[in-house]
Design a protein around this ligand. Structure first.
Ligand SMILES: *Cc1c(COP(=O)(O)O)cnc(C)c1O
Length: 425
């Protein structure tokens, strides 16, 4: 079977042939490789092609594919039973590992996806603040729950939809859209809606409009505004948590969040995510409080074991983030100079193991800037790199990831391919 025939068969049974839109490679106009298996930093498709994987399942696999310690933890857990729908020690253990790192939040609850984490965090925050108004930022993505799908990033951006069809206007009427890195846009919303805004949610390192970090000054002013107006500040660390640094975005600014959402890395590649916050907010949750939230497979023991193995391994490797940061920096420096040699304007950015590059001659600080990128040039570059065995995220508006299974030799290979790609596009 070829990738093409597999994709055609899938499209007959699954909308667009995929279970998450960006996987369809629509914005680069090619057929997605169907993955057979993976090992370390490599993925192998059903045609037997081998690629260096800079997607890493969109973030979770910080140690690469089939990490032995995580794999063993999963197998051991599977042998004890895959799900009980009852409390296990693994949930308390993973909770402790995370809360030890993020000291200013007191309690955490596990869910199955980042979408669920942000949706539940917002509900808890609204239940606590008793105010319905929610501010989100254009270009930030917090999963696909109804209230957040106003000009969503990622998949929706790629398809140039301002918002999703099927979301009732009534549900988004309490969601206000602010401009990333623009404090005035936030201030204006607060002032126009006095005593109505109960929640602000943001990616302090945005990874879903490409990689665009928030400025330190902007974040402190945002914290002040939330305090002044009695709004709960949620930092969505689903992507940046344990990726930008061990403490997510928190090594890059000095603000504290009232709530934090986690996902991706904390599940070690399995389906796990979480939301945590100050005691007084988290205690609003059922069964102790009046905010209802639940999940049949939440805190699944296999996923918890994978997460525990991943976080323990992170804790045991003091040089991990130094290594990953230098690999991503080396990759972006390499892309930069290769682009320059060929007179192609490119903006690059890294945060720890995360990297991003925009085909643009202007520094990207918000969503509008990101949209000015040359997506056609990106598509050509992507296709060329894929042919050379370099698997990059198939959209200009996504973040790339390096993993611990990579080394400088791998990065040099990718840079060499980028030189060829920039020359040929
Ligand atoms: C990936 C992501 C989500 C959604 O997580 P899913 O597990 O895909 O539902 C939410 N917020 C951010 C910042 C993300 O990167």
């Amino acid at each position: 079977m070829t990738n093409k025939s597999a994709f055609d068969a899938a499209k007959k049974l699954i909308p667009g042939g995929v279970d998450s839109p960006v996987r369809a490679f629509k914005s680069v106009g090619t057929t997605p490789p169907f993955i057979d298996h993976a090992k370390g930093c490599y993925i192998y498709d059903i045609e037997g092609n081998k690629y260096i994987d800079f997607v890493q399942s969109w973030g979770p696999l910080i140690f690469g594919h089939c990490d032995k310690d995580i794999q063993e933890a999963i197998i051991k857990s599977v042998k004890k039973g895959v799900s009980f729908g009852a409390p296990t020690l693994s949930e308390t253990n993973l909770a402790k590992l995370i809360l030890d790192e993020f000291k200013f939040i007191d309690k955490i609850r596990f869910v199955n996806s980042g979408t669920e984490a942000t949706m539940s965090a917002i509900r808890a925050a609204r239940g606590y603040s008793k105010k319905d108004g929610l501010i989100k930022f254009e270009g930030c993505y917090h999963g696909h729950s109804d209230a957040l799908l106003i000009k969503a990033g990622s998949g929706a951006t790629t398809y140039a939809n301002a918002s999703s069809s099927g979301v009732p206007q009534d549900i988004v009427k309490n969601t206000y859209l602010a401009i990333y890195n623009d404090i005035k846009s936030v201030k204006d919303i607060f002032e126009a809606n006095k005593d109505k805004i109960g929640v602000v949610i943001i990616e302090a390192i945005a990874g879903n409009m490409g990689l665009v970090p928030a400025k330190k000054e902007f974040l402190s002013q945002l914290r002040e505004l939330c305090d002044k107006h009695g709004a709960v500040l949620i930092l969505d660390e689903v992507m940046s948590g344990y990726r930008a640094s061990k403490r997510g975005s928190f090594d890059f600014h000095d603000i504290k969040a009232d709530m934090i959402t986690f996902g991706k890395v904390i599940g070690g590649g399995m389906s796990a995510a979480a939301f945590g916050g100050k005691k007084e907010i988290m205690d609003c949750l059922s069964p102790d409080g009046a905010v209802y939230q639940a999940g049949t497979l939440s805190g699944n023991p296999v996923a918890m074991s994978a997460g525990i193995a991943a976080l323990k391994k992170i804790n045991n490797d003091k040089n991990l983030y130094k290594k990953l940061s230098s690999l991503s920096q080396m990759l972006m420096d390499g892309f930069s100079s290769a682009a320059k040699k060929n007179n192609i304007p490119l903006q690059t950015q890294t945060r720890g193991s995360m990297f991003g590059y925009f085909f643009s001659n202007k520094k990207v600080e918000n969503y509008e800037d990101a949209l000015k990128s040359d997506t056609l040039a990106f598509a050509k570059f992507h296709t060329n790199m894929l042919k050379q065995g370099i698997y990059l995220a198939p959209s200009q508006f996504e973040t790339g990831f390096v993993c611990d299974a990579m080394d400088e030799k791998i990065i040099k290979k990718a840079i060499k391919a980028a030189n060829k790609a920039f020359r040929e596009i």
